[in-house]
Design a protein around this ligand. Structure first.
Ligand code: SF4
Length: 235
């Protein structure tokens, strides 16, 4: 219904403010440390091993979390809840300093090559949705190219599998300097729920430097758009 109203309002399919507050989004999982008694029920429930008990309180690693919400249901104290703001990407290395350098180098445009190293395709679907007429990320200067030689960075989705390792490294080496690596989805951080699979090799960050993590399982198109625009300093 919202999409139809936007079409009537703006006269086209493109959403004017693609970073609008979306109440249906999955955001960070937060722990209320005043309520948490460190009972470990949530730790045992988490299939992604995203929760640890530190100093008697549960702590969630949002880069490992797959946003299944199972931990919320098992907490007797109602100490765990989920935000609805999907805009929480993590720029590695120098944070805002990196964004400034990228802005200087790429002048607010970015050409990317997508590499799927073994994903379930959920992240690929959301990534391709960023280019549809609704989110339309190309209007901000972010485009996808077929060749790494024409690209400023690669977007990696999925755990790094044995069969894709060499292709990933070849793609990375084919890009001209300076080059960016953007990891989309929990699997590209540490393998996600597939991390113990026989077909996986090491973490992406063990193979090449990662500049931006966009967490989620999968991240929403909004979350991906937010991360990419933040990287090129367009927010
Ligand atoms: S939402 Fe799921 S994956 Fe995330 S911390 Fe809770 S149980 Fe773990």
């Amino acid at each position: 219904m919202g999409i139809i109203l936007d079409r009537i309002k703006y006269g086209n399919e493109t959403k004017k403010d693609i970073l609008f507050d979306n109440p249906d989004s999955y955001g960070k999982v937060n722990v209320d440390s005043d309520k948490c008694n460190g009972c470990t029920k949530c730790v045992n429930e988490c299939v992604a091993n995203a929760i640890e008990i530190k100093k008697g309180k549960a702590v969630v690693d949002y880069k490992k979390c797959i946003y299944c919400r199972n931990c919320i249901g098992v907490c007797d104290k109602l100490a765990i809840e989920m935000e609805h703001d999907c805009k929480f990407c993590d720029i590695e290395q120098a944070g805002n300093e990196l964004a400034r350098k990228i802005y200087e180098k790429f002048k607010r445009s970015l050409v990317l090559r997508s590499v799927d190293t073994g994903s379930c395709n959920a992240c690929m679907l959301e990534l391709s949705a960023t280019q549809n007429t609704y989110y339309d990320i190309s209007r901000f200067g972010v485009k996808f190219a077929a060749s790494p030689r024409h690209s400023d960075g690669i977007v990696v989705t999925g755990p790094v599998t044995i069969n894709m390792r060499e292709a990933l490294i070849k793609t990375y080496n084919a890009m001209p300097e300076p080059k960016l690596v953007i990891a989309v989805g929990t699997c590209s951080f540490d393998g996600g729920i597939f991390k113990d699979g026989y077909g996986n090799v090491e973490r992406l960050s063990d193979i090449m430097p990662v500049d931006l993590y966009i967490p989620g399982c999968p991240p929403s198109p909004q979350g991906i758009v937010y991360g990419l625009l933040k990287l090129i300093d367009r927010i």
